[in-house]
Design a protein around this ligand. Structure first.
Ligand SMILES: [Zn+2]
Length: 188
C-alpha cells in the first residue's frame, strides 16, 4: 500500500493574490504562465468591457438583452479596423501569396484565430453575467457561419504577414516611443 501522496502542489506563493487593488489599470499578472486561468479571466473581462462599451456607443444604444447575432457580427466588423493581419482581396494580384513582394492597398483585418478566441471568451462572459445559454448571441448560428467564412477566406488569401514591417497600431497598449528630449534647448 502506497499512500504517500505525491506533493504535486506547486509550492510557490501565488503572485496573483499579492495585489488586491481592484481598479489597477496596469497588468500585474504579466509574469504569470499562460496556463493560469486568471490571465484568461483578465482577457475575458477586458473583452467584455469592450463589447459593453461598443453597445453603449452604438447609435441607437443597444442593451445586452436585445443584442443578437447580427450585432455581434457588427462588432466583429468594427474590430477589423484595429486588425493587423493583411487579408488580400480576391482581385489583388497577391491573393494567395503568403509573402507578397510589394505593398498593396488591401485592408488589415482581425485574424480568424483572434476572432474565434474572442467569441469564445465573450460567450463565456455572457453566461457568467447571467445570460441564458439558449439566447447567447455569441453562440448564434450567424456568428458561427461568419467565423467559418472568415477562416476559409483568410486561409485562401494567405494574408498573414509573418514579417513585421513596422508597428502602427496605437490601440494595443504600446505607446509610441518618446522622441528624445533635445538636451540643449535654445529658448531664451
Ligand atoms: Zn493585396
Amino acid at each position: 500500500m502506497e499512500l504517500a501522496t505525491p506533493s504535486t502542489k506547486p509550492k510557490y506563493s501565488s503572485p496573483i493574490m499579492m495585489n488586491p487593488t481592484p481598479n489597477s489599470t496596469t497588468p500585474t499578472t504579466m509574469g504569470v504562465p499562460p496556463s493560469t486561468p486568471s490571465r484568461y479571466e483578465n482577457q475575458k473581462r477586458r473583452d467584455w468591457n469592450t463589447f459593453c462599451q461598443y453597445l453603449r456607443n452604438h447609435k441607437p444604444p443597444l442593451s445586452l438583452s436585445t443584442c443578437n447575432g447580427a450585432h455581434v457580427l457588427d462588432f466583429l466588423c468594427y474590430l477589423d479596423q484595429f486588425g493587423k493581419t493583411k487579408v488580400h482581396n480576391q482581385t489583388c494580384r497577391f491573393f494567395g501569396n503568403p509573402k507578397p513582394p510589394a505593398l498593396c492597398p488591401c485592408p488589415l483585418r482581425q485574424a480568424w484565430g483572434s476572432l474565434d478566441a474572442l467569441i469564445g471568451r465573450l460567450r463565456a462572459a455572457y453566461e457568467a453575467h447571467g445570460g441564458k445559454p439558449e439566447g447567447n448571441p455569441f453562440g448564434a448560428r450567424a456568428v458561427r457561419i461568419y467565423l467559418r467564412e472568415v477562416r476559409d477566406f483568410q486561409a485562401k488569401a494567405r494574408g498573414v504577414s509573418y514579417t513585421k514591417k513596422r508597428k502602427r497600431t496605437k490601440l494595443k497598449g504600446t505607446p509610441p516611443p518618446q522622441p528624445p528630449q533635445a538636451s540643449s534647448e535654445n529658448k531664451y
